[in-house]
Ligand binder design. Structure first.
Ligand code: NDP
Length: 407
C-alpha cells in the first residue's frame, strides 16, 4: 500500500520499525535512516526482514534530507529522531512532496520549551502542497489525544475536566536511568509545570503539585503535575474544557538523583568550557560542552534497560463532563508490561507505548483514513479506526464509566 521512511534508530524507532514490519499489507517498502547507519543495519537485522533498506542521514541538514527523500521517494516519513529535527524534516517534506508524522513537538536546542506554534506555522504550506502532517502521534502526546477524541465522540456532549495520568511502575534495577532519551527527558521534567484552568494557563514550580493517584493493577503512586504538549492542542480543540492537567509518577530515588543532578549543574543546557586532554597526550585543549549532553553519555542507554525491566506502565485519560444532561466520569487507559514489550521488540515499555501508535498513525495515513492536507494534531482525525488498531497491535485499552476519578 505504501512506502515508509523511518528517521531515527533509537528506542521508539526500534519498536515502530518492528511494528511496521509486522504489517506488510500496509507497509510495502521500508527504509530506516539515522545519523549512525550501523544502528539502522543492526535494527534491520534484528527484525530479520532482508527487504528493509537502511541509510545514513543528518536530519539537522535540509539538503541531506532532500537528497535522501528524492532517492527513497517515501509516501510518508516517520520522524522518530529528536524534537530538534522536526522543522528541518518538515522543510524537506515540503521540498520533496512527502507526508510527515512525528511523536514530539519541536524544541529549540537552547531552550527547553513545549509549544506547537513553530509547527502549526507550517499549516498553510502543507495545505497548499496537498500534504498531510500528523503531529504528536506517540502515546502521550498521541494516544492521549485519540482517547480524548474518542470520549468526545462517543461518551460526552461536553468535556469539562481532562486529567492525563501517566504511571511507570516498572523497575529497571539501575540506580538512575531515564526511560527515553536522557537529554529530552531531563529537559522535560525540570521545566516549570503548567496547567489550564478557566481559560488561563497557570504556571507552577517544577514538580510543585503532587498527590497519590491509584493506577489499575498497580495501586497508589505519587503523581506530579507537569506541563505536557498535548494540553495545548486539546484545550483548543475542545473549548468546553475548564480544567486540563497532566500527571506523571516518579519514584523517590529518581527524584533524589534528579535533585542532585540539578543541584550540581549537570542538567544545564548552555555551553561551558572544559579542559579536555588532547588525543596525542601532549596536553589539554579548551572545548565547549553542554553538561546535560555530557551526562547523557554516562547514563545507561534507555535501549539497554529492557532485559531486566519488571512491572508495567499505565497511561490514560480521566475525564469529567456531561452526557444527555447528566454528569459522567470516564477513564480510558492502557497497561503495558515491560517484559512483554521486551520479548516482542527488545525494547522496554516506555519505547513500546509511543512506537506502536507512531506505526498506527502512518497506517491511518496510508489507508487514506487520516489523510488531509495541512498540519494536524491526532484529535483532529477520526479516533475510531485508530482505537480499533490499538487493540490489534499490542496496546489494548480498558474503560471505566462513572468511577471515582480521584482528581
Ligand atoms: P533515542 O535517543 O533513543 O533515539 C533518537 C534517534 O535519533 C537515534 O537513533 C539518533 O541517532 C537519531 N538522531 C538524533 N539526531 C539525529 C540527526 N541529527 N540526524 C539523524 N538522526 C538523528 O530517542 P527515543 O527513541 O527515546 O525518542 C525518540 C523520539 O520519541 C523523541 O523525539 C522523543 O521525544 C519521542 N518520544 C515520544 C513519546 C510520546 O509518547 N509521544 C514518548 C517517548 C519518546 P544516534 O543514535 O546516532 O544518536
Amino acid at each position: 500500500m505504501g512506502k515508509v521512511l523511518i528517521i531515527g534508530a533509537g528506542g521508539v524507532a526500534t519498536v515502530a520499525a518492528f511494528k511496521v514490519a509486522q504489517n506488510p499489507d500496509v507497509f510495502t517498502d521500508i527504509t530506516i535512516a539515522s545519523r549512525t547507519k550501523a544502528k539502522c543495519d543492526k535494527l534491520a537485522k534484528a527484525i530479520g526482514n532482508p527487504n528493509i533498506k537502511t541509510a545514513q542521514v543528518d536530519a539537522d541538514n535540509v539538503d541531506d534530507l532532500v537528497k535522501l527523500f528524492n532517492e527513497v521517494k517515501p509516501d510518508i516519513v516517520m520522524n522518530l529522531a529528536l524534537p530538534y529535527q522536526d522543522l528541518t524534516i518538515m522543510e524537506a517534506c515540503l521540498k520533496t512532496g512527502v507526508n510527515y508524522l512525528d511523536t514530539a513537538n519541536y524544541e529549540p536546542r537552547d531552550e527547553a520549551h513545549f509549544e506547537y506554534s513553530w509547527q502549526w506555522a507550517y499549516k498553510q504550506r502543507f495545505e497548499d502542497a496537498g500534504l498531510t502532517a500528523i503531529l504528536g502521534c506517540g502515546f502521550d502526546p498521541g494516544v492521549s489525544g485519540v482517547y480524548t477524541a474518542y470520549a468526545a465522540k462517543h461518551h460526552f456532549d461536553e468535556i469539562h475536566t481532562l486529567d492525563i495520568v501517566d504511571c511507570n511502575a516498572g523497575n529497571h534495577h539501575k540506580a538512575f536511568a531515564t526511560n527515553f532519551n536522557p537529554e529530552i527527558n531531563i529537559r522535560e521534567i525540570t521545566q516549570k509545570g503548567l496547567y489550564y484552568k478557566d481559560g488561563e494557563w497557570i504556571e507552577t514550580e517544577p514538580l510543585e503539585i503532587h498527590q497519590p493517584i491509584t493506577y489499575p493493577n498497580i495501586g497508589p503512586r505519587e503523581s506530579y503535575l507537569m506541563h505536557h504538549e498535548e494540553l495545548e492542542s486539546l484545550v483548543k480543540n475542545y473549548p468546553t474544557i475548564k480544567l486540563a492537567r497532566f500527571w506523571m509518577t516518579f519514584g523517590e530515588q529518581y527524584l533524589k538523583y534528579l535533585d542532585v543532578i540539578q543541584g550540581i549543574g549537570m542538567s544545564r543546557i548552555d555551553e561551558i568550557e572544559y579542559e579536555a586532554p588532547l588525543a596525542d597526550g601532549t596536553g589539554n585543549a579548551k572545548v565547549k560542552i553542554v553538561p546535560l549532553q555530557f551526562l547523557k553519555a554516562v547514563l545507561p542507554n534507555p535501549q539497554d534497560l529492557g532485559e531486566n525491566y519488571e512491572g508495567e506502565t499505565s497511561i490514560g485519560c480521566r475525564i469529567r463532563g456531561i452526557k444527555d444532561g447528566k454528569e459522567r466520569t470516564y477513564y480510558v487507559y492502557n497497561n503495558c508490561s515491560h517484559q512483554e514489550a521486551y520479548k516482542e521488540t527488545g525494547m522496554q515499555g516506555v519505547s513500546y507505548t509511543p512506537g506502536v501508535p507512531a506505526m498506527i498513525g502512518a497506517m491511518m495515513f496510508l489507508k487514506g483514513l487520516w489523510k488531509r492536507p495541512g498540519v494536524w494534531n491526532v484529535e483532529d482525525f477520526d479516533p475510531d479506526p485508530f482505537m480499533e488498531q490499538l487493540n490489534k497491535q499490542g496496546l489494548p485499552w480498558n474503560e471505566v464509566f462513572d468511577g471515582d476519578l480521584e482528581l
